[in-house]
Design a protein around this ligand. Structure first.
Ligand code: S3P
Length: 428
């Protein structure tokens, strides 16, 4: 599908954002492994969290959804999953594949995990390595999916220092740790999103600047009610859109503001963005607030180091803010972007250049000289939801019309995104 977007003079309205993808995956997985019936409210309709549900159903977990977004999950307990009849298709979802692999390594039966073309290009040795150290038998194809997990091995607890700051790898190892003899500890020297340890209530120790997360074999997961907050990573697109379009106000109620996810707010504040964080509260152990954003004159900023994992998914749209900001923005230490749903450095360099921005590319990031007027063009989504949406936001500030090809991919995390942009630009 092609999506054509016109330059917008004003963005006005309220948006009920989709629920948080990272938290939704985990709520579904933890409910499936719990002892008893859990309820998950506000489960998103986005394709990625739906891939997790499909895999869990193939593993014999009963999940009812009598009302859209309200799931009743009958927990199978740690030992109650059943051998699936076919390979588990994780679609486009790296979180589904990497987290479920940790659980499957501890089962008595063999499984195969597959994904779409993009997921089949993403690195999986980063989970196979620690799982093998735990005694799992894992086979990859040249470092990639399909992933074959033999099952039937008694896993052993390990201490594992993450070579890359990755919440997916961390979570994979901790989930395998539920099945591993003794204790499994993951050591993080650069913190990544902390939903798994928060939601499982794991022991966390800090020493010498590192975080030690520990799980014991057989740790039970109680059944409970999970409420999934609205996705900060989805809010990011509208925070930038509301900043760069010259008039209006965008209101985003109930957005998750977990500090390991919300560094974009700090960066936008430094860039001069005009937003308010109102009615800060906590729901289900996660902080949330209502956000209100108005247009502002932005200026360039440098972003690198330990901040990067806390805004890794927001960098494509941060690059758009930078294109509309006066001066130079440099984003470094972000080589992980090259192994996301697409090479996001390459994709944003191409799309921003196509719209007329001066961009310099580095192996681990990009530098943008902002402030030059953007001009509409035809660009591609690179089959990546965040590239599609970030480019869509840039299009709001580009003269004339911009067409994004393969734009339907936005539904991976934000179904209805294009309709939201259209509604906001009409000021409804
Ligand atoms: C996620 C972790 C991050 C992030 C992804 C979701 C998660 O990936 O980019 O969108 O839910 O754990 P990495 O673990 O590869 O950094």
């Amino acid at each position: 599908m092609n999506q054509t977007i016109s330059q917008a003079a004003r963005l006005k309205g309220t948006v009920a954002l989709p629920a948080d993808k990272s938290i939704a995956h985990r709520a579904a997985l933890f409910a499936a492994l719990s002892d008893g019936r859990s309820i998950i409210t506000n489960y998103p309709d986005s394709a990625d969290p739906r891939s997790t549900l499909a895999c869990l159903r193939q593993l014999g977990v009963e999940i009812d959804e009598d009302e859209p977004g309200i799931l009743a999950v009958q927990g199978a307990g740690l030992e109650g999953l059943r051998k699936p009849k076919a390979p588990l298709d994780c679609g486009n979802s790296g979180t589904t594949m990497r987290l479920i692999a940790g659980i499957l390594a501890g089962q008595s039966f063999a499984t195969t995990l597959t994904g779409d073309a993009s997921l089949s290009r993403r690195p999986m040795a980063r989970i196979a390595d620690p799982l093998r150290r735990m005694n799992a038998v894992v086979t990859l194809e040249d470092g990639h999916a399909p992933i074959k997990i033999a099952g039937g091995q008694q896993l052993q607890g390990i201490e594992y220092e993450l070579p890359v700051p990755s919440a997916q790898v961390k979570s994979c190892v901790l989930l395998a740790g539920l099945y591993a003899e003794g204790e499994t500890t993951v050591v993080e020297t650069i913190p990544s999103r902390d939903h798994t340890e928060r939601m499982l209530g794991l022991d966390i120790f800090e020493m010498g600047g590192a975080r030690y997360l520990t799980v014991q074999q057989g740790r039970r997961i109680p059944a409970r009610t999970w409420t999934v907050p609205r996705d900060f990573s989805a809010a990011a697109f509208l925070l930038v859109a509301g900043s760069i379009v010259p008039d209006g106000e965008v209101y985003l109620p109930g957005v998750g503001l977990n500090p390991s996810r919300s560094a974009l707010l700090d960066v936008l504040r430094v860039m001069g963005a005009d937003f308010k964080v109102e009615y800060e509260r906590e729901e289900g152990g996660e902080p949330l607030a209502d956000l209100k954003v108005r247009p502002a004159a932005l200026h360039g900023v440098s972003v690198s180091g330990a901040l990067i994992p806390n805004l890794i998914d927001e960098i494509p749209v941060l690059a758009v803010a930078a294109a509309c900001a006066e001066g130079r923005t440099e984003i470094r230490d972000a080589a992980e972007l090259r192994v996301k749903e697409t090479d996001r450095i390459d994709a944003m360099v191409k799309n921003l250049r196509a719209l007329g921005t001066d961009v310099e590319e580095f192996e681990d990031g990009l530098a943008i000289t902002g402030g030059k007027p953007l001009t509409g063009a035809t660009v591609d989504s690179f089959d990546d939801h965040r590239i599609a949406m970030a480019t869509g936001v840039a299009a709001l500030a580009a003269s004339g019309k911009t067409t994004i090809t393969n734009a339907e991919v936005a539904r991976v995390s934000f179904p209805g995104f294009w309709e939201v942009l259209e509604r906001l630009s009409k000021g409804e």
